[in-house]
Design a protein around this ligand. Structure first.
Ligand SMILES: [Zn+2]
Length: 146
């Protein structure tokens, strides 16, 4: 009886996307990057290095180097975080996120499951009507020139 109760108690955690299995992808990250990518934190608004970064290239996952966003997708949103109105096909996973009393959609790297940020639809900022709001600390820019 006790065992069943225990299973019931922990069952929601097994279902949740929120658990990242221990993975070597995150070993090289700084404590702050790990706080964001593994613990699903958020960098301070306006603090990210890629907010006003508009060079041509690709943004890859900081943890596993999976290509996530092309520079053509990036737009100036003034929201305090790098914003993209599209994603590289198959690169991103979405999960419902009800934390902090809000209903949001979390986005994660499809390869390593690291937390990237959230995605918002219907804001009418760009023609595609979608905003991937991404932590600079979750991504790494690779120039086309290289
Ligand atoms: Zn990744």
């Amino acid at each position: 009886m006790k065992k069943i109760l225990l299973i019931l108690l922990f069952f929601p955690f097994f279902l949740s996307s929120q658990n990242i299995k221990s993975s070597s992808y995150f070993d090289e990250l700084t404590p702050e990057e790990r706080r964001i990518m593994v613990k699903k934190g958020t960098e301070r608004a306006g603090s990210g290095i890629y907010i006003d970064h508009f060079d041509k290239g690709v943004y890859i996952c900081k943890a596993c180097n999976n290509p996530l966003f092309r520079s053509e997708f990036k737009f100036k949103s003034d929201c305090g975080w790098p914003s993209f109105d599209d994603e590289i096909k198959g690169a991103i996973l979405r999960y419902p996120d009800y934390s902090y009393g809000m209903k949001r959609v979390e986005i994660c790297c499809a390869n390593c499951k690291g937390h990237l940020g959230h995605v918002f639809e219907g804001e009418k900022i760009t023609e595609k009507n979608i905003r991937h709001c991404v932590n600079s600390l979750s991504i790494k820019f690779v120039s086309n020139k290289e």
